[in-house]
Design a binder for this molecule. Structure first.
Ligand SMILES: Cc1cc2nc3c(=O)[nH]c(=O)nc-3n(C[C@H](O)[C@H](O)[C@H](O)COP(=O)(O)O)c2cc1C
Length: 279
């Protein structure tokens, strides 16, 4: 299979076999992390490999209880790491101030995601599945404490990997033409815009389970692996808020807009605690 086919068949996987991942494969993952592009080739990242069962359980709790995190045989915590560079700079009688410089921070985060995506693609080509867990950003204090991260090290992304037990069929995406702009940005009219998202999600299904398969597969998966009644709670919320369309579902139920804005404060507080201070 060519690289295009591998990348086009990739889906986020949330059901993993217990089969461990060999040291040889892990070494290759770390090679493609290390060989990823990096702004200025500064390489401001570190990866913590988590395989221990107790640690996986704790990691799953820290990120908010998504069950595939404890079930995946390998988790890679991608950390933005200015600690190493700062110490090296000081030893070399100069100063690195990335923790106060937003441009350094943004480029480091871009580096980190380039490296993580290298692993995603390599994993897929080796028959493994993966899923990113962005909610590690919601609780950096606990993640930093549990995994002994020093000042100026921040967990920015988690990637869980393993041999897939099951892979989701299809996941709706926008049409290629919607995201493609030739030479200049071309804004669409309102009808075109609505059509683009309708084509992605389809009409709101009267059957909620079927709808969630397209719009929030995580809750269905979570209920298969855990007994926390995620689906029932989401359905309840949809009813309470009288959700009538996909956008309302996304920004009232799944990512309530006001709550998302309120999260800024906690995030900035945690970053400051970790030694990052841009504002
Ligand atoms: C930045 C980022 C954060 C994500 N966070 C989570 C997460 O916390 N839990 C999860 O199950 N999937 C997470 N995902 C996976 C997305 O849900 C998934 O990519 C999306 O539904 C599209 O499906 P696909 O990856 O199969 O194309 C994340 C993906 C990205 C890129």
């Amino acid at each position: 299979m060519g690289l295009y086919e591998i990348m086009m068949k990739r889906r986020s996987v949330r059901q993993f076999e217990d089969t461990p991942i060999s040291e040889d494969v892990i070494a290759r993952f770390m090679d493609v992390v290390n060989n990823a592009p990096s702004g200025g080739n500064i390489q401001p990242i570190s990866v913590i490999l988590v395989q221990d069962k107790e640690a996986r359980k704790e990691l799953a709790r820290i990120i908010g209880g998504q069950p595939w995190v404890k079930n995946a045989p390998l988790s890679m915590i991608f950390c933005l790491d200015f600690h190493r560079i700062k110490r090296w700079a000081a030893l070399m009688e100069t100063e690195f101030k990335g923790e106060k410089a937003l441009p350094h921070f943004l480029i480091a985060y871009a580096d980190l995601m380039c490296a993580a995506q290298n692993v995603v693609v390599l994993a897929e080509s080796l028959g493994l599945g993966s899923v990113y867990i962005g909610t590690i950003q919601n609780n950096p204090d606990e993640a930093r404490a549990y995994f002994s991260m020093p000042d100026c090290v921040l967990p920015m992304m988690l990637l869980c990997l393993g041999y897939p037990k099951s892979v989701p069929n299809t996941i709706p995406k926008l049409g290629r033409e919607v995201i493609t702009h030739r030479e200049k940005y071309q804004a669409v009219d309102d009808e075109g815009l609505k059509r683009a998202f309708e084509n992605k999600y389809g009409e709101m299904e009267s059957q909620t389970e079927k709808y969630l398969e397209k719009a929030f597969i995580e809750v269905l998966e979570a209920d298969k692996q855990d007994d926390q009644n995620w689906t029932a709670r989401v359905k309840e919320e949809m009813k309470r808020l009288e959700i009538r369309n996909n956008a309302q579902f996304l920004f009232k139920v799944r990512y309530p807009s006001e709550r998302m804005v309120r999260m800024n404060d906690g995030l900035l507080r945690s970053w400051k605690k970790a030694g990052f201070d841009f504002f």
